[in-house]
Design a protein. Structure first.
Length: 134
């Protein structure tokens, strides 16, 4: 499978961040949907995706504790992508075994990281232009 044939689910707590990521990633992936973490289970019951990208959970965080209480609910980890712009880490997870042929192709991972960094940079610019969020 080629990246343009894959559907991708972008999960992030911050709505603006996930919408920007989805906007940039839709240039490369066939279908990009964004969701808040609390909406993922409901969305997955309605629709299937090939890949899911989520922020990497930090040990000891509330997200890590929530994940530990529901073992086996996350799909297989394909790769961890670190943004050189912010240092943020994202997990790329396989939702569909057929997608494994494309990921973790090193070229695709470099492109995915570049798109994430563009989204993060766009979010920083919006934050500066709009002032601090309350």
């Amino acid at each position: 499978m080629k990246a343009k044939e894959l559907s991708l689910l972008v999960v992030h707590r911050d709505k603006a961040t996930r919408q920007l990521m989805a906007t940039y990633l839709c240039e490369t992936y066939e279908c990009v949907t964004d969701a808040a973490p609390e909406d993922v289970d409901e969305l997955l019951a309605q629709k299937s995706f090939d890949l899911m990208i989520v922020p990497k959970v930090i040990a000891g965080s509330p997200e890590e504790k929530a994940r530990a209480s529901a073992p086996g609910t996350l799909p297989a980890l394909a790769a961890v992508i670190k943004s050189s712009a912010t240092g943020n880490r994202y997990e790329l997870r396989l939702m569909n075994r057929d997608a494994a042929g494309c990921i973790p192709n090193p070229f695709e991972l470099v492109l995915l990281r570049a798109l994430i960094e563009r989204a993060e940079l766009g979010f920083r610019i919006l934050s500066i232009e709009n002032g601090p969020r309350t």
